[in-house]
Design a protein around this ligand. Structure first.
Ligand SMILES: *[C@@H]1O[C@H](CO)[C@@H](O)[C@H](O)[C@H]1NC(C)=O
Ligand SMILES: *[C@@H]1O[C@H](CO)[C@@H](O)[C@H](O)[C@H]1NC(C)=O
Ligand SMILES: *[C@@H]1O[C@H](CO)[C@@H](O)[C@H](O)[C@H]1NC(C)=O
Ligand SMILES: *[C@@H]1O[C@H](CO)[C@@H](O)[C@H](O)[C@H]1NC(C)=O
Ligand SMILES: *[C@@H]1O[C@H](CO)[C@@H](O)[C@H](O)[C@H]1NC(C)=O
Ligand SMILES: *[C@@H]1O[C@H](CO)[C@@H](O)[C@H](O)[C@H]1NC(C)=O
Ligand SMILES: *[C@@H]1O[C@H](CO)[C@@H](O)[C@H](O)[C@H]1NC(C)=O
Length: 684
């Protein structure tokens, strides 16, 4: 009896052990949820700012890596910011309605990016979300829901403008990024979209946290108006209430991790486990591409950096081997965790003729995301056998693709084809090591797309000379990165022709409240490493709703949500009364020198020059030197820039920036120089 007991126990443990590494893949109990695609987020904010300025060839290659199907990242969703004229991380993005009495669908670069994405993949889904709003929507408050009808109309206008001016269909629309979600507004928005023929534009709510989303589930009519529940940084988990809501669940912003191999590990792990553990059927990375000036916040927390395509390859395992509308298989029938660490998901085509299994074995320390904290687990090398039955029993071979991340200086491999593996008696076995990703698929059309090495990085070129004549009206100058305010190219005719105008007239509804500490604007350009710089600019403050004062600056050491704390050297001028000042802060409080020269600083256009060399700053207006003073040694370096002391119109033209040590003002046009010579690294 005892002997039998032991042998039975032994047999059971053996069977269990053998069973452990067998994973069933079948449609016996049907299929699981619909796969909604993997995406990248441009904006939140201005993360793609400089991409449009790249030379054609590199720009096209980057766009191919991101969007071309069966090539690189092959993204299935492009989410973009609906500009709100306010800062949300790395620069402001322009609103299509700076003020209530106008609308314009040519601003910024998101329209352009969406068109480039669609050109490469007509099936890519587009998703718009606001971070901030122009102030008029709040009637002087910081509440965008002050007049829900007005807000819904504003958002509807953006969707309408996309269609009418750019032939772009917006598939998904969000509410307010990571902020208060007004449930009644969701209904108003749904209603206005339906009444205007945009029934097919789906609503994702709330683009925040599960705790906020649970409010939606309390009201059936709100739930009905929402198509997907979108959460941010869920740490691969969803609450039962969300799972049982009957809605598609999305990780509508995730990743945000430095794009080295650990970031790659994070991405591979969450792409699988957001479904395995959280039943989330879409994952969208913030952010799509790091094309903003280095030294601004969140450097390289991107799927790709403009200067080094680090990570696109990891995408291919899912995106090249699936389509939106495919289904996941049910848990334990093709989806689950691996016994020795890691996870697997199976995606199948709607007619069940194609199947892709993505297996990841990311180790803990090599797959940390920026947030949330990742509980400890271990991964070891393991043999994994998939048992294909049901509709998949006739599959005789699978194509195999592998990536291996390395952390010891060995070159990693990304999305490498290993040919095919046979399926014998319905079984296929692979060996997977820690930090590997393997896809098994019936599809034979994936590729490891690759272009030649991009040109090496180069510093931002000097001299920089910009007269804005080559820009289309309403565009945002490519290399000027507004940290507060919004700047459009405007044609004023006459001698000045096209100029750059600050357009924001009142405090926007903020995304980051820090921006409320400063009710003026700042637009930076160039390199954070600039030290001895001369900047010269024509400035006009005049007419209705104009700003009181404007400035030019150098050694500007801050941007993003803490622009108000920017230090540097700022030369302010107030043409209405002839005042000027040099301050060491953007707020204009720490005055180094000031004065009044009504005979020199005149109403109308003024030409201002600020030249800083070592510890001496010289200020000139219309050819007359106003000061030459000793300045603080901190900050020793920073961007150049222009700005206004309050929100209000101000025109800037003929910006010239030179090395103060070599002030030979070249007549060469800098934009041409920028486009042709400045190839990959616009930020270095
Ligand atoms: C608009 O886009 C659709 C595809 O979404 C295309 O079929 C159509 O030709 C486009 N129309 C124009 C005028 O470009
Ligand atoms: C993981 O990282 C932690 C913290 O840095 C370290 O203590 C631990 O040794 C690492 N474990 C492995 C297996 O690398
Ligand atoms: C995997 O299988 C091979 C061949 O059957 C065997 O030699 C190896 O030890 C197995 N590895 C593990 C980790 O089980
Ligand atoms: C580095 O790691 C890879 C896989 O993680 C391994 O194959 C390789 O042998 C290691 N190289 C060295 C020099 O340790
Ligand atoms: C800027 O304007 C906003 C909105 O009017 C206001 O709440 C805030 O206090 C102002 N900030 C400063 C520094 O004046
Ligand atoms: C100036 O602002 C007021 C509202 O503040 C607006 O009614 C008027 O149209 C504006 N004028 C111009 C020229 O922008
Ligand atoms: C500034 O200089 C440092 C040190 O040389 C370099 O690492 C960094 O990339 C430079 N940054 C920019 C924005 O050029």
């Amino acid at each position: 009896m005892a002997a039998h007991f032991w042998s039975l126990a032994w047999l059971l443990s053996f069977l269990t052990y053998a069973h452990c590494d067998l994973y069933q893949v079948n449609d016996q109990i049907g299929v699981g949820r619909r796969f909604d695609g993997i995406g990248g987020l441009s904006g939140g904010s201005a993360t793609s700012k400089l991409l449009i300025a790249y030379p054609d060839q590199q720009r096209n290659e980057i766009l191919d890596y991101l969007f071309k199907p069966k090539f690189g990242a092959s993204l299935q969703i492009l989410k973009v910011e609906i500009g709100g004229d306010a800062q949300a991380s790395d620069a402001t993005e322009a609103s299509h309605m700076h003020v209530e009495w106008e609308e314009n669908y040519q601003r910024g670069y998101e329209w352009w990016l969406m068109k480039e994405a669609k050109k490469r993949n007509p099936n890519i889904q587009l998703y718009g979300l606001p971070w901030a709003f122009p102030g008029w929507l709040g009637h002087g408050t910081q509440n965008p829901y002050y007049d829900r009808q007005k807000l819904a109309n504003y958002i509807y206008k953006w969707i309408w403008g996309a269609k009418v001016y750019h032939n772009l269909t917006i598939d998904y629309i969000g509410i307010w990024n990571e902020q208060n979600c007004d449930l009644q507004y969701i209904m108003v928005l749904r209603d206005i979209l339906d009444r205007n023929g945009f029934m097919n534009t789906k609503i994702v709510a709330t683009d925040s946290w599960w705790s906020a989303i649970s409010d939606i589930e309390l009201y059936a009519e709100v739930t009905a108006a929402v198509d997907a529940l979108g959460v941010h940084y869920p740490g691969v988990l969803s609450p039962d209430s969300a799972i049982n809501s009957g809605k598609q669940l999305w990780s509508s912003e995730d990743y945000s991790s430095f794009n080295d191999e650990v970031g790659g590990g994070c991405w591979a792990r969450i792409l699988n486990q957001n479904y395995v553990k959280g039943l989330m059927t879409s994952t969208i990375a913030w952010n799509l591409i790091d094309s903003f000036y280095q030294a601004l916040p969140w450097d390289r927390d991107s799927l790709m950096t403009a200067r080094e395509p680090v990570e696109w390859q990891l995408y291919s395992h899912t995106t090249q081997l699936s389509e939106i509308g495919w289904r996941y298989l049910p848990h334990d029938h093709g989806v689950g965790m691996l016994n020795q660490g890691g996870s697997y998901v199976t995606l199948v085509s709607p007619d069940l003729s194609h199947l892709t299994i993505v297996i990841e074995a990311m180790s803990h320390n090599h797959s940390l995301c920026i947030r949330p904290k990742l509980p400890w687990y271990t991964v070891t090398t393991q043999n994994v056998t998939f048992v294909l039955t049901g509709s998949f029993s006739k599959i005789s071979q699978l194509f195999i693709w592998q990536s291996t991340l390395t952390f010891n200086g060995t070159t990693p491999t990304y999305f490498k084809s290993l040919g095919t593996v046979p399926v014998i008696n319905g079984q296929v076995t692979i060996i997977i090591q820690p930090d590997q990703i393997i896809s098994l698929t019936t599809l034979n059309d994936a590729t490891h797309g690759e272009y030649l090495q991009p040109p090496p990085s180069a510093p931002f070129p000097l001299p920089f000379i910009e007269n804005f004549e080559d820009y289309p009206v309403s565009s945002e100058p490519y290399t000027m990165a507004p940290q507060q305010g919004s700047y459009d190219v405007v044609d004023v005719g006459g001698e000045h022709g096209k100029v750059m105008r600050q357009m924001v007239l009142q405090t926007p509804i903020a995304w980051c409240s820090g921006t409320l500490n400063y009710n003026g604007t700042l637009n930076v350009v160039g390199s954070f490493n600039w030290t001895d710089i001369t900047i010269s600019t024509d400035i006009l403050l005049g007419g209705v709703n104009a700003s009181d004062g404007a400035f030019i600056g150098v050694r500007i050491n801050n941007g993003g949500c803490t622009t108000y704390a920017a230090m540097g050297l700022f030369f302010f001028t107030y043409p209405n009364d002839g005042r000027f000042s040099l301050t060491s802060d953007v707020l204009g409080k720490n005055v180094i020198v000031s004065g009044r020269e009504s005979g020199v600083i005149v109403p109308g256009w003024n030409t201002l020059t600020l030249s800083v060399k070592g510890t001496v700053a010289t200020g000139i207006c219309n050819g007359v030197e106003l000061f030459s003073v000793l300045v603080p040694s901190f900050p020793a370096n920073g961007f150049a820039g222009v700005g206004t002391d309050i929100y209000g119109y101000a025109d800037f033209d003929n910006i010239q920036i030179t090395n103060a040590a070599d002030p030979s003002a070249s007549k060469k046009k800098s934009k041409a120089l920028y486009f042709q010579k400045e190839s990959h690294d616009v930020s270095a």
